[in-house]
Write a protein that binds this ligand. Structure first.
Ligand code: SF4
Ligand code: SF4
Length: 193
């Protein structure tokens, strides 16, 4: 399967699902799409730029400072306007979930602690349980994606950011982590990837 075919398939799996059955944007005014920082964006997964051979006018793709594997640069997608939903990047489709790989190479799907500052679903997972179809779709997408070694290496690097964010939340926002509870910080879907 080419990268293009892989990402088309994964976009398709995640096309119709949303974190809640209702519109979660009503809880927060679509906070994840409205950053006050003009340079904030979503990391593209390795090779995902094939999906943007013609970059739409609402999107900018730039090299970021974040690297993975053997110093490979991660691209960042920065949207400046409301996107075309069918073209939104993978990171937007899975938000506020993320794949995570521990030091033993075991992977799971969990709530992304980097989403905590903006996303009520990440802050209060006990109050808002994510839709099972959404979790299933994210899990299914990553069963395909982890067959690509570069993507696996990227997930490993992202997991370092996740560890760092958990440490920062423990230090500077212990209330958030108490609300989330230990269980909600770990895997919400663990299976053989
Ligand atoms: S920040 Fe969270 S609750 Fe708000 S729209 Fe994004 S995913 Fe939904
Ligand atoms: S690309 Fe779309 S879904 Fe992603 S942050 Fe921008 S507006 Fe939101």
């Amino acid at each position: 399967m080419t990268r293009r075919e892989l990402y088309e398939k994964v976009y398709d799996i995640l096309d119709k699902v949303t974190p809640l059955q209702s519109d979660c944007g009503e809880l927060c005014g679509k906070a994840c799409c409205k950053s006050p920082d003009e340079d904030a964006g979503m990391y593209l997964f390795p090779g995902e730029e094939v999906m943007f051979s013609e970059v739409p006018s609402w999107l900018k793709i730039e090299p970021s400072d974040f690297t993975y594997g053997n110093n490979k640069t991660v691209l960042i997608a920065i949207c400046s306007d409301k996107c075309q939903r069918e073209l939104r990047p993978l990171a937007c489709r899975i938000f506020p979930l993320t794949p995570y790989m521990n030091r033993n190479g075991v992977m799971d799907i969990r709530i992304d602690p980097r989403a905590v500052p903006m996303c009520p679903l990440a802050r209060q997972p006990v109050s808002y349980s994510l839709d099972k179809d959404f979790i299933d779709a994210v899990s299914k997408a990553f069963r395909l994606l982890v067959k690509d070694k570069e993507i696996l290496s990227f997930i490993s690097a992202v997991s370092g950011l996740i560890d760092e964010q958990e440490r920062l939340l423990d230090l500077f926002a212990p209330g958030y982590n108490r609300n989330r509870g230990k269980k909600q910080r770990g895997a919400i879907r663990r299976e053989r990837y």
